[in-house]
Design a protein around this ligand. Structure first.
Ligand code: SGN
Ligand code: CA
Length: 532
Protein backbone atom coordinates (compact mmCIF):
# COMPACT_ATOMS: atom_id res chain seq x y z
CA UNK A 1 0.00 0.00 0.00
CA UNK A 2 1.25 3.46 -0.90
CA UNK A 3 0.96 5.20 2.43
CA UNK A 4 1.89 8.57 0.89
CA UNK A 5 -1.53 8.67 -0.64
CA UNK A 6 -3.15 8.42 2.75
CA UNK A 7 -1.71 11.78 3.68
CA UNK A 8 -4.15 14.62 3.34
CA UNK A 9 -4.74 18.22 4.28
CA UNK A 10 -1.74 20.31 5.21
CA UNK A 11 0.79 17.60 4.58
CA UNK A 12 -0.22 17.23 0.97
CA UNK A 13 -0.40 20.97 0.41
CA UNK A 14 3.12 21.31 1.72
CA UNK A 15 4.14 18.42 -0.50
CA UNK A 16 2.61 20.21 -3.50
CA UNK A 17 4.60 23.36 -2.85
CA UNK A 18 7.71 21.29 -2.56
CA UNK A 19 7.12 19.34 -5.77
CA UNK A 20 8.88 21.67 -8.21
CA UNK A 21 11.96 22.05 -6.04
CA UNK A 22 12.17 18.35 -5.28
CA UNK A 23 11.85 17.49 -8.97
CA UNK A 24 14.81 19.65 -9.88
CA UNK A 25 16.76 18.16 -6.96
CA UNK A 26 16.78 14.78 -8.74
CA UNK A 27 14.45 11.87 -9.30
CA UNK A 28 15.55 10.03 -6.18
CA UNK A 29 14.01 12.82 -4.09
CA UNK A 30 10.83 13.19 -6.09
CA UNK A 31 7.83 12.97 -3.76
CA UNK A 32 4.72 11.04 -4.70
CA UNK A 33 2.52 13.02 -7.02
CA UNK A 34 -0.90 14.00 -5.72
CA UNK A 35 -3.65 11.88 -7.27
CA UNK A 36 -5.09 12.75 -10.66
CA UNK A 37 -8.83 12.99 -11.18
CA UNK A 38 -10.72 11.80 -14.26
CA UNK A 39 -14.36 12.77 -13.83
CA UNK A 40 -16.70 11.32 -16.44
CA UNK A 41 -20.23 12.67 -16.34
CA UNK A 42 -22.96 11.70 -18.73
CA UNK A 43 -26.30 13.33 -19.29
CA UNK A 44 -29.53 11.64 -18.20
CA UNK A 45 -27.88 8.25 -17.65
CA UNK A 46 -29.96 6.47 -15.10
CA UNK A 47 -29.06 3.54 -12.87
CA UNK A 48 -31.82 1.35 -14.39
CA UNK A 49 -29.77 1.37 -17.60
CA UNK A 50 -26.37 0.52 -16.12
CA UNK A 51 -25.78 -3.12 -15.35
CA UNK A 52 -23.59 -2.40 -12.31
CA UNK A 53 -26.88 -1.21 -10.76
CA UNK A 54 -29.59 -3.06 -12.60
CA UNK A 55 -29.25 -6.15 -14.74
CA UNK A 56 -32.80 -6.24 -16.12
CA UNK A 57 -32.35 -4.26 -19.29
CA UNK A 58 -28.87 -3.81 -20.73
CA UNK A 59 -25.22 -4.58 -20.21
CA UNK A 60 -22.58 -1.87 -19.68
CA UNK A 61 -19.34 -3.84 -19.22
CA UNK A 62 -16.97 -0.89 -19.29
CA UNK A 63 -18.88 1.23 -16.83
CA UNK A 64 -19.22 -1.82 -14.63
CA UNK A 65 -15.43 -2.27 -14.73
CA UNK A 66 -15.07 0.94 -12.73
CA UNK A 67 -17.38 -0.42 -10.04
CA UNK A 68 -15.83 -3.89 -10.10
CA UNK A 69 -12.34 -2.46 -9.58
CA UNK A 70 -13.48 0.13 -7.09
CA UNK A 71 -16.66 1.22 -5.34
CA UNK A 72 -20.32 1.56 -6.16
CA UNK A 73 -22.41 4.10 -4.26
CA UNK A 74 -25.83 2.55 -3.71
CA UNK A 75 -27.37 5.74 -2.33
CA UNK A 76 -26.16 8.49 -4.63
CA UNK A 77 -28.46 11.48 -5.14
CA UNK A 78 -28.57 14.88 -6.81
CA UNK A 79 -29.67 18.14 -5.20
CA UNK A 80 -31.72 19.40 -8.17
CA UNK A 81 -32.49 16.94 -10.97
CA UNK A 82 -31.70 19.04 -14.02
CA UNK A 83 -28.56 19.55 -16.09
CA UNK A 84 -27.34 23.11 -15.48
CA UNK A 85 -28.32 23.17 -11.79
CA UNK A 86 -26.77 19.77 -11.21
CA UNK A 87 -23.51 20.87 -12.87
CA UNK A 88 -23.46 24.05 -10.78
CA UNK A 89 -23.94 21.99 -7.58
CA UNK A 90 -21.14 19.67 -8.60
CA UNK A 91 -18.70 22.47 -9.44
CA UNK A 92 -19.37 24.59 -6.35
CA UNK A 93 -20.20 21.99 -3.70
CA UNK A 94 -23.29 24.08 -2.91
CA UNK A 95 -27.04 23.75 -3.29
CA UNK A 96 -28.78 25.64 -6.11
CA UNK A 97 -30.10 28.48 -3.94
CA UNK A 98 -26.52 29.10 -2.72
CA UNK A 99 -24.67 28.87 -6.06
CA UNK A 100 -27.45 30.87 -7.75
CA UNK A 101 -28.07 28.55 -10.71
CA UNK A 102 -31.63 27.41 -10.11
CA UNK A 103 -32.80 26.51 -13.60
CA UNK A 104 -31.69 25.75 -17.17
CA UNK A 105 -34.27 28.18 -18.46
CA UNK A 106 -33.98 31.22 -16.21
CA UNK A 107 -30.50 31.16 -14.65
CA UNK A 108 -26.97 32.09 -15.74
CA UNK A 109 -24.03 30.74 -13.80
CA UNK A 110 -22.03 33.36 -11.91
CA UNK A 111 -18.64 32.29 -13.23
CA UNK A 112 -16.78 34.55 -10.81
CA UNK A 113 -17.66 32.30 -7.86
CA UNK A 114 -15.20 29.69 -6.59
CA UNK A 115 -15.40 26.18 -8.03
CA UNK A 116 -13.35 23.06 -7.40
CA UNK A 117 -11.47 23.35 -10.74
CA UNK A 118 -10.38 26.86 -9.72
CA UNK A 119 -9.16 25.66 -6.33
CA UNK A 120 -7.33 22.74 -7.93
CA UNK A 121 -5.75 25.04 -10.49
CA UNK A 122 -4.51 27.35 -7.72
CA UNK A 123 -3.05 24.31 -5.98
CA UNK A 124 -0.99 23.40 -9.02
CA UNK A 125 -3.28 20.96 -10.81
CA UNK A 126 -3.57 21.05 -14.56
CA UNK A 127 -7.31 21.26 -15.26
CA UNK A 128 -9.25 20.43 -18.42
CA UNK A 129 -12.89 20.16 -19.47
CA UNK A 130 -14.26 18.58 -22.64
CA UNK A 131 -17.91 18.27 -23.68
CA UNK A 132 -21.23 19.57 -22.38
CA UNK A 133 -21.10 22.57 -20.05
CA UNK A 134 -24.59 24.06 -20.17
CA UNK A 135 -24.07 26.96 -17.76
CA UNK A 136 -24.73 29.73 -20.29
CA UNK A 137 -21.31 31.35 -19.70
CA UNK A 138 -17.87 30.27 -20.86
CA UNK A 139 -15.93 28.00 -18.49
CA UNK A 140 -13.49 29.39 -15.95
CA UNK A 141 -10.96 27.47 -13.87
CA UNK A 142 -9.60 25.32 -16.69
CA UNK A 143 -6.18 25.33 -18.37
CA UNK A 144 -7.90 23.79 -21.34
CA UNK A 145 -11.53 23.56 -22.33
CA UNK A 146 -13.59 22.73 -25.37
CA UNK A 147 -17.36 22.67 -24.98
CA UNK A 148 -20.45 22.01 -27.05
CA UNK A 149 -22.87 24.93 -27.22
CA UNK A 150 -26.01 24.38 -25.11
CA UNK A 151 -27.16 20.77 -25.34
CA UNK A 152 -24.79 19.91 -28.22
CA UNK A 153 -25.63 17.80 -31.28
CA UNK A 154 -25.09 14.08 -31.70
CA UNK A 155 -23.99 14.33 -35.35
CA UNK A 156 -21.45 16.77 -36.79
CA UNK A 157 -21.36 18.62 -33.47
CA UNK A 158 -20.12 22.15 -33.00
CA UNK A 159 -17.48 22.85 -30.35
CA UNK A 160 -16.55 26.22 -28.89
CA UNK A 161 -12.83 26.42 -28.22
CA UNK A 162 -10.75 28.65 -25.95
CA UNK A 163 -10.11 31.09 -28.78
CA UNK A 164 -13.84 31.67 -28.91
CA UNK A 165 -14.26 29.97 -32.29
CA UNK A 166 -17.12 27.61 -33.02
CA UNK A 167 -15.88 24.68 -35.08
CA UNK A 168 -17.98 21.88 -36.57
CA UNK A 169 -16.51 18.40 -36.24
CA UNK A 170 -17.30 15.44 -38.42
CA UNK A 171 -18.62 12.34 -36.68
CA UNK A 172 -20.61 11.21 -33.66
CA UNK A 173 -20.35 13.28 -30.49
CA UNK A 174 -19.61 10.54 -27.94
CA UNK A 175 -16.65 9.38 -30.05
CA UNK A 176 -15.41 12.92 -30.59
CA UNK A 177 -15.53 13.91 -26.90
CA UNK A 178 -13.58 10.75 -26.05
CA UNK A 179 -11.05 11.37 -28.86
CA UNK A 180 -10.49 14.86 -27.53
CA UNK A 181 -10.10 13.66 -23.95
CA UNK A 182 -7.57 11.01 -24.94
CA UNK A 183 -5.77 13.48 -27.17
CA UNK A 184 -5.51 15.91 -24.25
CA UNK A 185 -4.05 13.18 -22.05
CA UNK A 186 -1.62 12.21 -24.79
CA UNK A 187 -0.44 15.57 -26.06
CA UNK A 188 -1.27 18.31 -23.57
CA UNK A 189 -0.92 16.73 -20.18
CA UNK A 190 2.04 17.94 -18.16
CA UNK A 191 3.44 14.78 -16.53
CA UNK A 192 5.19 16.82 -13.85
CA UNK A 193 1.86 17.96 -12.38
CA UNK A 194 -1.29 16.23 -11.20
CA UNK A 195 -4.27 16.75 -13.45
CA UNK A 196 -8.03 16.92 -13.25
CA UNK A 197 -9.86 16.07 -16.47
CA UNK A 198 -13.63 16.50 -16.75
CA UNK A 199 -15.21 14.51 -19.60
CA UNK A 200 -18.84 15.61 -19.96
CA UNK A 201 -20.94 13.67 -22.44
CA UNK A 202 -24.15 14.78 -24.08
CA UNK A 203 -25.23 11.15 -24.32
CA UNK A 204 -27.80 9.90 -23.38
CA UNK A 205 -29.83 13.11 -23.56
CA UNK A 206 -33.08 13.37 -25.47
CA UNK A 207 -33.66 12.59 -28.35
CA UNK A 208 -31.46 9.49 -27.85
CA UNK A 209 -29.75 9.36 -31.27
CA UNK A 210 -27.43 6.37 -31.48
CA UNK A 211 -24.24 6.10 -33.49
CA UNK A 212 -25.01 4.48 -36.86
CA UNK A 213 -22.81 1.48 -35.96
CA UNK A 214 -25.09 0.73 -32.98
CA UNK A 215 -28.48 1.08 -34.66
CA UNK A 216 -29.09 -2.65 -34.97
CA UNK A 217 -28.55 -3.32 -31.27
CA UNK A 218 -31.44 -4.32 -28.98
CA UNK A 219 -33.99 -4.66 -31.78
CA UNK A 220 -34.88 -8.19 -30.71
CA UNK A 221 -35.32 -7.15 -27.08
CA UNK A 222 -38.75 -6.69 -25.57
CA UNK A 223 -38.19 -4.71 -22.41
CA UNK A 224 -40.32 -5.45 -19.38
CA UNK A 225 -42.79 -2.69 -18.63
CA UNK A 226 -42.35 -1.14 -15.19
CA UNK A 227 -45.21 -2.30 -13.00
CA UNK A 228 -46.35 1.32 -12.51
CA UNK A 229 -46.24 2.21 -16.21
CA UNK A 230 -50.02 2.81 -16.15
CA UNK A 231 -49.94 4.92 -13.00
CA UNK A 232 -53.16 6.82 -12.27
CA UNK A 233 -51.36 9.29 -9.92
CA UNK A 234 -54.00 8.91 -7.21
CA UNK A 235 -53.14 11.07 -4.21
CA UNK A 236 -50.28 12.81 -6.08
CA UNK A 237 -51.53 15.92 -7.81
CA UNK A 238 -48.14 17.23 -9.03
CA UNK A 239 -47.42 13.82 -10.56
CA UNK A 240 -50.76 13.95 -12.34
CA UNK A 241 -50.11 17.40 -13.80
CA UNK A 242 -46.65 16.92 -15.37
CA UNK A 243 -45.95 16.82 -19.11
CA UNK A 244 -43.45 13.97 -19.37
CA UNK A 245 -45.70 11.10 -20.21
CA UNK A 246 -44.62 8.49 -22.74
CA UNK A 247 -48.24 7.90 -23.74
CA UNK A 248 -49.03 11.58 -24.37
CA UNK A 249 -48.60 12.61 -28.05
CA UNK A 250 -47.69 16.11 -26.85
CA UNK A 251 -45.00 15.03 -24.38
CA UNK A 252 -43.29 12.15 -26.18
CA UNK A 253 -43.31 12.94 -29.86
CA UNK A 254 -43.27 10.05 -32.33
CA UNK A 255 -41.35 12.06 -34.91
CA UNK A 256 -38.75 13.88 -32.82
CA UNK A 257 -38.33 11.40 -29.98
CA UNK A 258 -38.96 8.13 -31.78
CA UNK A 259 -37.79 9.07 -35.30
CA UNK A 260 -41.03 8.15 -37.11
CA UNK A 261 -40.65 10.87 -39.69
CA UNK A 262 -42.21 10.84 -43.13
CA UNK A 263 -42.89 13.80 -45.42
CA UNK A 264 -46.53 14.10 -44.42
CA UNK A 265 -45.91 13.77 -40.66
CA UNK A 266 -46.30 16.98 -38.72
CA UNK A 267 -45.76 17.61 -35.06
CA UNK A 268 -44.67 20.36 -32.74
CA UNK A 269 -41.15 18.90 -32.71
CA UNK A 270 -40.74 17.84 -36.35
CA UNK A 271 -38.53 20.89 -37.11
CA UNK A 272 -36.13 19.81 -34.32
CA UNK A 273 -35.93 16.32 -35.79
CA UNK A 274 -35.23 17.67 -39.27
CA UNK A 275 -32.55 19.96 -37.87
CA UNK A 276 -30.82 17.04 -36.16
CA UNK A 277 -30.94 14.56 -39.01
CA UNK A 278 -30.04 17.45 -41.33
CA UNK A 279 -26.62 17.55 -39.68
CA UNK A 280 -25.81 14.04 -40.91
CA UNK A 281 -23.62 13.44 -43.92
CA UNK A 282 -25.01 11.36 -46.77
CA UNK A 283 -23.53 8.06 -45.57
CA UNK A 284 -24.81 8.55 -42.01
CA UNK A 285 -28.21 9.58 -43.34
CA UNK A 286 -28.39 6.60 -45.68
CA UNK A 287 -27.61 4.20 -42.83
CA UNK A 288 -30.12 5.97 -40.58
CA UNK A 289 -32.89 5.77 -43.17
CA UNK A 290 -32.06 2.18 -44.02
CA UNK A 291 -32.52 1.30 -40.36
CA UNK A 292 -35.58 3.39 -39.48
CA UNK A 293 -37.56 3.24 -42.75
CA UNK A 294 -38.99 -0.27 -42.28
CA UNK A 295 -39.96 0.64 -38.70
CA UNK A 296 -41.63 3.84 -39.92
CA UNK A 297 -43.56 1.99 -42.63
CA UNK A 298 -44.78 -0.58 -40.18
CA UNK A 299 -45.67 2.05 -37.57
CA UNK A 300 -47.94 4.04 -39.88
CA UNK A 301 -49.44 0.87 -41.36
CA UNK A 302 -50.35 -0.45 -37.91
CA UNK A 303 -52.13 2.74 -36.77
CA UNK A 304 -51.78 1.85 -33.12
CA UNK A 305 -53.72 3.74 -30.48
CA UNK A 306 -54.39 3.77 -26.74
CA UNK A 307 -52.38 1.40 -24.55
CA UNK A 308 -50.87 -0.46 -27.52
CA UNK A 309 -49.42 2.78 -28.84
CA UNK A 310 -48.10 3.69 -25.37
CA UNK A 311 -46.39 0.31 -25.04
CA UNK A 312 -44.97 0.55 -28.57
CA UNK A 313 -43.56 4.02 -27.72
CA UNK A 314 -42.01 2.63 -24.55
CA UNK A 315 -40.25 -0.15 -26.47
CA UNK A 316 -38.85 2.25 -29.09
CA UNK A 317 -37.74 4.66 -26.39
CA UNK A 318 -35.96 1.89 -24.48
CA UNK A 319 -34.25 0.62 -27.62
CA UNK A 320 -33.02 4.03 -28.77
CA UNK A 321 -31.78 4.89 -25.28
CA UNK A 322 -30.03 1.49 -24.96
CA UNK A 323 -28.27 1.90 -28.33
CA UNK A 324 -27.05 5.35 -27.28
CA UNK A 325 -25.64 3.91 -24.05
CA UNK A 326 -23.67 1.34 -26.10
CA UNK A 327 -21.47 4.05 -27.63
CA UNK A 328 -21.00 5.68 -24.27
CA UNK A 329 -19.94 2.44 -22.62
CA UNK A 330 -17.47 1.64 -25.41
CA UNK A 331 -15.98 5.13 -25.25
CA UNK A 332 -15.59 5.10 -21.48
CA UNK A 333 -13.75 1.79 -22.03
CA UNK A 334 -11.33 3.57 -24.36
CA UNK A 335 -10.50 6.14 -21.68
CA UNK A 336 -10.05 3.43 -19.04
CA UNK A 337 -7.74 1.51 -21.41
CA UNK A 338 -5.70 4.64 -22.02
CA UNK A 339 -5.21 5.21 -18.28
CA UNK A 340 -4.22 1.58 -17.73
CA UNK A 341 -1.87 1.44 -20.72
CA UNK A 342 -0.11 4.62 -19.69
CA UNK A 343 0.55 3.66 -16.10
CA UNK A 344 -1.99 6.12 -14.71
CA UNK A 345 -4.25 3.65 -12.89
CA UNK A 346 -2.42 3.64 -9.58
CA UNK A 347 -2.54 7.37 -9.05
CA UNK A 348 -5.87 8.37 -10.59
CA UNK A 349 -9.34 8.65 -9.14
CA UNK A 350 -11.81 7.76 -11.89
CA UNK A 351 -15.39 8.89 -11.28
CA UNK A 352 -18.36 7.90 -13.40
CA UNK A 353 -21.67 9.63 -12.77
CA UNK A 354 -24.53 11.41 -14.51
CA UNK A 355 -26.07 14.85 -14.08
CA UNK A 356 -29.19 13.06 -12.77
CA UNK A 357 -31.24 9.91 -13.16
CA UNK A 358 -34.15 9.44 -15.56
CA UNK A 359 -37.48 7.69 -15.86
CA UNK A 360 -37.51 4.63 -18.06
CA UNK A 361 -41.27 4.26 -18.09
CA UNK A 362 -41.72 4.31 -14.29
CA UNK A 363 -44.97 6.20 -13.57
CA UNK A 364 -45.42 6.20 -17.38
CA UNK A 365 -42.64 8.79 -17.78
CA UNK A 366 -39.43 9.85 -19.46
CA UNK A 367 -37.37 12.90 -18.27
CA UNK A 368 -36.45 13.67 -14.64
CA UNK A 369 -37.00 16.75 -12.36
CA UNK A 370 -39.06 15.04 -9.65
CA UNK A 371 -37.68 14.10 -6.24
CA UNK A 372 -39.01 10.57 -6.82
CA UNK A 373 -36.37 7.87 -6.71
CA UNK A 374 -35.49 7.32 -10.38
CA UNK A 375 -34.49 10.96 -10.95
CA UNK A 376 -33.31 11.83 -7.44
CA UNK A 377 -30.74 9.07 -7.79
CA UNK A 378 -27.74 9.20 -10.09
CA UNK A 379 -25.20 6.47 -10.81
CA UNK A 380 -21.89 6.94 -8.99
CA UNK A 381 -18.99 4.52 -9.27
CA UNK A 382 -15.32 5.23 -8.65
CA UNK A 383 -12.02 3.53 -9.20
CA UNK A 384 -9.70 4.64 -6.45
CA UNK A 385 -6.03 5.56 -6.45
CA UNK A 386 -3.74 3.15 -4.62
CA UNK A 387 -3.91 3.53 -0.88
CA UNK A 388 -7.67 3.75 -0.51
CA UNK A 389 -9.10 0.71 1.17
CA UNK A 390 -12.78 0.85 0.22
CA UNK A 391 -14.05 -1.78 -2.16
CA UNK A 392 -17.54 -2.82 -3.22
CA UNK A 393 -20.70 -1.08 -2.10
CA UNK A 394 -20.90 2.13 -0.10
CA UNK A 395 -24.42 2.59 1.27
CA UNK A 396 -24.05 5.99 2.97
CA UNK A 397 -26.21 8.72 1.43
CA UNK A 398 -24.10 10.93 -0.81
CA UNK A 399 -25.01 13.83 -3.06
CA UNK A 400 -23.48 15.69 -6.01
CA UNK A 401 -22.60 18.64 -3.72
CA UNK A 402 -20.06 16.23 -2.18
CA UNK A 403 -17.88 15.91 -5.28
CA UNK A 404 -16.15 19.30 -4.97
CA UNK A 405 -15.08 18.83 -1.33
CA UNK A 406 -14.00 15.26 -2.12
CA UNK A 407 -11.71 16.37 -4.94
CA UNK A 408 -10.22 19.18 -2.86
CA UNK A 409 -9.63 16.81 0.04
CA UNK A 410 -7.96 14.34 -2.30
CA UNK A 411 -5.68 17.08 -3.60
CA UNK A 412 -4.78 18.20 -0.09
CA UNK A 413 -6.58 21.51 -0.50
CA UNK A 414 -8.44 22.79 2.52
CA UNK A 415 -12.20 22.52 2.03
CA UNK A 416 -13.72 26.01 2.16
CA UNK A 417 -16.11 26.42 5.09
CA UNK A 418 -18.92 27.64 2.82
CA UNK A 419 -19.08 24.43 0.80
CA UNK A 420 -22.27 22.58 1.75
CA UNK A 421 -21.20 19.14 0.59
CA UNK A 422 -18.88 16.89 2.57
CA UNK A 423 -15.77 15.01 1.54
CA UNK A 424 -16.35 11.36 0.66
CA UNK A 425 -12.73 10.52 1.43
CA UNK A 426 -13.50 8.85 4.79
CA UNK A 427 -15.88 6.53 2.91
CA UNK A 428 -13.24 5.86 0.26
CA UNK A 429 -10.78 4.97 2.98
CA UNK A 430 -13.21 2.31 4.11
CA UNK A 431 -14.22 4.10 7.29
CA UNK A 432 -17.77 4.16 8.57
CA UNK A 433 -18.15 7.62 10.09
CA UNK A 434 -20.59 7.59 13.00
CA UNK A 435 -21.91 11.04 12.19
CA UNK A 436 -22.76 10.71 8.50
CA UNK A 437 -25.70 12.81 7.17
CA UNK A 438 -29.10 11.35 8.06
CA UNK A 439 -30.89 12.87 5.05
CA UNK A 440 -30.34 14.49 1.67
CA UNK A 441 -32.00 17.79 0.81
CA UNK A 442 -33.53 18.46 -2.61
CA UNK A 443 -35.03 21.56 -4.22
CA UNK A 444 -36.37 21.80 -7.78
CA UNK A 445 -37.16 25.31 -9.08
CA UNK A 446 -37.77 25.16 -12.85
CA UNK A 447 -41.49 25.87 -13.17
CA UNK A 448 -43.38 26.89 -15.24
CA UNK A 449 -41.23 25.26 -17.90
CA UNK A 450 -40.93 22.36 -20.27
CA UNK A 451 -42.46 19.19 -18.74
CA UNK A 452 -44.33 21.30 -16.17
CA UNK A 453 -43.01 19.69 -13.02
CA UNK A 454 -44.10 21.87 -10.11
CA UNK A 455 -41.59 23.53 -7.81
CA UNK A 456 -40.86 21.38 -4.82
CA UNK A 457 -38.41 20.62 -2.05
CA UNK A 458 -38.03 17.72 0.27
CA UNK A 459 -35.76 15.42 2.19
CA UNK A 460 -35.06 11.75 1.91
CA UNK A 461 -33.80 9.67 4.78
CA UNK A 462 -32.85 6.00 4.43
CA UNK A 463 -36.48 5.05 4.86
CA UNK A 464 -38.78 8.03 4.34
CA UNK A 465 -39.27 10.93 1.99
CA UNK A 466 -41.31 14.07 2.52
CA UNK A 467 -42.01 16.55 -0.28
CA UNK A 468 -43.74 19.91 -0.44
CA UNK A 469 -44.96 21.01 -3.88
CA UNK A 470 -45.49 24.78 -3.86
CA UNK A 471 -45.92 27.89 -6.02
CA UNK A 472 -49.26 27.35 -7.82
CA UNK A 473 -49.98 24.26 -5.72
CA UNK A 474 -49.66 23.45 -2.02
CA UNK A 475 -49.47 19.72 -1.41
CA UNK A 476 -47.44 17.45 0.79
CA UNK A 477 -46.38 13.91 0.01
CA UNK A 478 -44.89 11.36 2.36
CA UNK A 479 -43.50 7.97 1.37
CA UNK A 480 -42.32 4.96 3.28
CA UNK A 481 -39.70 3.69 0.83
CA UNK A 482 -39.42 0.38 2.62
CA UNK A 483 -43.12 -0.42 2.21
CA UNK A 484 -43.56 1.43 -1.08
CA UNK A 485 -40.28 1.64 -3.04
CA UNK A 486 -41.99 2.78 -6.26
CA UNK A 487 -43.71 5.70 -4.47
CA UNK A 488 -47.25 4.93 -5.52
CA UNK A 489 -48.85 5.54 -2.16
CA UNK A 490 -48.69 9.01 -0.64
CA UNK A 491 -49.30 8.36 3.05
CA UNK A 492 -49.36 12.01 4.08
CA UNK A 493 -52.44 12.61 6.21
CA UNK A 494 -53.24 8.92 6.63
CA UNK A 495 -54.09 7.57 10.08
CA UNK A 496 -51.04 6.44 12.02
CA UNK A 497 -48.59 8.73 10.23
CA UNK A 498 -48.65 11.71 12.60
CA UNK A 499 -45.40 10.86 14.37
CA UNK A 500 -43.37 10.19 11.26
CA UNK A 501 -44.87 13.27 9.57
CA UNK A 502 -43.88 15.44 12.52
CA UNK A 503 -40.36 13.98 12.52
CA UNK A 504 -39.89 14.42 8.77
CA UNK A 505 -41.20 17.98 8.75
CA UNK A 506 -38.85 18.78 11.60
CA UNK A 507 -35.92 17.37 9.61
CA UNK A 508 -37.05 19.26 6.53
CA UNK A 509 -37.00 22.52 8.45
CA UNK A 510 -33.64 21.58 9.91
CA UNK A 511 -32.26 20.96 6.41
CA UNK A 512 -33.58 24.28 5.14
CA UNK A 513 -31.98 26.08 8.07
CA UNK A 514 -28.73 24.11 7.80
CA UNK A 515 -28.38 24.97 4.10
CA UNK A 516 -29.86 28.44 4.55
CA UNK A 517 -32.49 28.04 1.86
CA UNK A 518 -34.48 31.30 1.68
CA UNK A 519 -37.59 29.33 0.74
CA UNK A 520 -38.77 27.41 3.78
CA UNK A 521 -41.69 25.29 4.72
CA UNK A 522 -43.99 27.27 7.01
CA UNK A 523 -44.53 25.20 10.10
CA UNK A 524 -47.09 24.75 11.48
CA UNK A 525 -49.12 25.34 8.35
CA UNK A 526 -52.74 24.83 7.43
CA UNK A 527 -51.52 21.75 5.58
CA UNK A 528 -50.22 20.09 8.69
CA UNK A 529 -52.69 21.27 11.32
CA UNK A 530 -55.15 18.47 10.74
CA UNK A 531 -52.59 15.71 11.09
CA UNK A 532 -50.31 16.88 13.86
C1 SGN B 1 -34.37 19.85 -23.47
C2 SGN B 1 -35.32 18.67 -23.69
C3 SGN B 1 -36.13 18.38 -22.43
C4 SGN B 1 -35.23 18.28 -21.21
C5 SGN B 1 -34.40 19.54 -21.10
C6 SGN B 1 -33.47 19.58 -19.92
N1 SGN B 1 -36.23 18.96 -24.77
O1 SGN B 1 -35.08 21.05 -23.36
O2 SGN B 1 -36.85 17.19 -22.63
O3 SGN B 1 -35.99 18.10 -20.05
O4 SGN B 1 -33.61 19.65 -22.29
O5 SGN B 1 -32.57 18.51 -19.93
S1 SGN B 1 -35.71 18.83 -26.28
O6 SGN B 1 -36.93 18.92 -27.14
O7 SGN B 1 -34.80 19.92 -26.56
O8 SGN B 1 -35.04 17.54 -26.45
S2 SGN B 1 -31.20 18.68 -19.19
O9 SGN B 1 -30.66 17.35 -18.96
O10 SGN B 1 -30.32 19.45 -20.05
O11 SGN B 1 -31.50 19.35 -17.94
CA1 CA C 1 -29.41 15.90 -17.86
Amino acid sequence: MNTDLLLHGAALTAMATATAAATTAGPEHKPAQRPNIVYIMTDDHTAQMMSAYDRRHISTPNLDRIAADGVRFTNSFVANSLSGPSRACMLTGKHSHTNGFLSNEFSTFDASQPTFPKYLQQAGYQTALIGKWHLHVLPTGFDHWEIVPGQGDYYQPDFINMQGDTVTHHGYLTNIISDKAIDWLETQRDPSRPFCLLIHHKAIHRNWMADTCDLDLYEDRVFDLPENFFDNYAGRRAAAEQEMSIASPHDMDVVYDLKMWRPDSHSRLTPNYLYMTGRMDSAQRARWDEFYQPIIDRFYADSLSGDSLAVWKYQRYMRDYAKTVASLDRNVGRVLDYLRDHGLDDNTLVVYTSDQGFYMGEHGWFDKRFIYEESLRTPLVMRLPKGFAAHGDIDSMVQNIDYAPTFLDLAGVEIPADMQGVSLLPLLRGEQPAEWRPYVYYHFHEYPAEHQVKRHYGIRTHRYKIVHFYNDIDTLELYDLEADPTEMHNIYGEPGTANITRRMLHLLRQAQEQYDDPIRFQYPSPLTDTTL
